[in-house]
Structures are given as structure tokens and as C-alpha cells.
Design a protein around this ligand. Sequence first.
Ligand code: SAH
Length: 254
Amino acid sequence: MSATPRLYVTPDLGEGLEIPVDSDQAHYLTRVMRLAAGDPVRVFNGRHGEFDASLAASTKSTATLKLGQQTRQQQGVPDVWLLFAPLKKARTDFVVEKATELGASEILPVLTERTDADTVRTDRLQRIAIEAAEQAERLDVPRIHEAAKLPALLASWKPDRVLIYADEAGEDAAKPWGGEAGRAAPAASGLEVLKAPAAILIGPEGGFSPAERKRLRELPYVRPVSLGPRILRAETAAVAALALYQALAGDWRS
Ligand code: SAH
């Protein structure tokens, strides 16, 4: 990992331009990293690739960067969203950080019947995604959507986006883990042929209700998948499903 600070900024980027950074970033550059005028920084904005830059001027709470050469062309991530039922604060933070590292293109908190979450602070989660993108050398930052209820999300779903639904249960309510009948196919089978935009849906700690599972399985664009013979915590399932998607259908393929 390079010691040169790497920052997500919002202004347009181009060689020779001078751009301001926000006060938190100014504090980080001058107080935490102790940069002096002329010291190197790298910046990206999600639109114009990545540029070398140097600290041009600073006060305690402001800083200006002078942009040098472009170091990378803009490049996106595979079009795969992560939909997840928000968890307790630290676990939600973990999901957002890891999903950003793993290249989710957008992140949508979904409120399900059994969602048991602290309030979803979208602005906080967006900051976590920015930091993760800076550290991961991403050239864009996934948008964190406002939390929405599952039925509302499904009602406005564009059916060309395949919804890969992580479904751990079988159909038999009397059996532990829903028994063997009605189990979803293993997640690896078939994902490699996915060309369509996709989304991965992970449920809350309590799982989806029987009514939610039924509704999801009826929808033509939903593909229920199993992540194996052990119950994963929701955050583990999110990481596992995204990794599998990137390996089989996304940008981990050569
Ligand atoms: N219903 C379970 C636990 C849910 S685990 C219970 O209460 O015991 C939380 C979420 O992670 C699930 O809704 C599912 O989306 C995902 N998940 C966990 N393990 C999984 C598996 N083996 N296969 C598919 N999805 C899984």
C-alpha cells in the first residue's frame, strides 16, 4: 500500500487545475498526515479517473490541491448491487466497507419483516464507503441508497436486473433449517453465464419470513441460491455472495 494519501473529491479533475478539499480532508492531510506544501496526494472523483496532485495551500481547516497528470482512466465496477437487511451498527458498517472493497456498484439497505436494526444513517454509511473506496484503489464510490421496504423495492424493480437471492431455508416449516425440500441451487451453478445487471439480496439475522420467501420465489427475475450447508451470519453471506459473483461473473475473471 502506498503512503501517498488517496482522496475521493467531488470537483471536476484535469491536469493543472486547482481544487479545494473539504474540511475533514484538509484536517487529515495537514494534521494527521502532516503534509507540507508540495507533498504528493492522489485524487479520484468517480468520473475522471485518478490524478496525481500536490498540496498547494492550506490553513487549519482548508486545503487546495494542484492536479498533476492523470494516472488512471476512469473505469467502473461490474453492475452488481448489494441489497441487505441492515444489522446492528458495527455489523452494518462492516457490510458497507466489505461490499465496497468487493466492488458492489450500489448498496441498498432493505427493510424486511424481521429486520432488527439500529437507525440506518445513510450519510455515515456513505462516508464509510468513501473511505473503503479510497483505501481499495477504487475509482468510484458505491451509492448508499436510503433504506426502503422490501415490497416497495420489488414493486419498482426493473426485471432486466437479475436478483440473486441468498436463500438458506427449505420448504418444511416443521424441520430444522426448513428441511431438504425446496432448497435453492448452489450459488456457483449458473452464475458464470450471467450477463445481465445483477443484484444480491441478503436477509436479516432472523431470515426472511415464509411470506417473503414465497413472494421472492414467484418473481421471474429472482434467482434463489444457496451458500452451502451452514447458516452464515448475514454479513458473512454478503461477503461470500459478492466474492462468488465477482469470481464467476464479475471482474475477478481474466
Ligand atoms: N433464518 C436463519 C438465519 C438467517 S442468516 C435463522 O434465523 O436461523 C441471514 C441471511 O444470510 C439469510 O437471510 C440469507 O440471505 C443469508 N444466508 C445465510 N446462510 C446462508 C446459506 N447457507 N445459503 C444462502 N443464504 C444464506
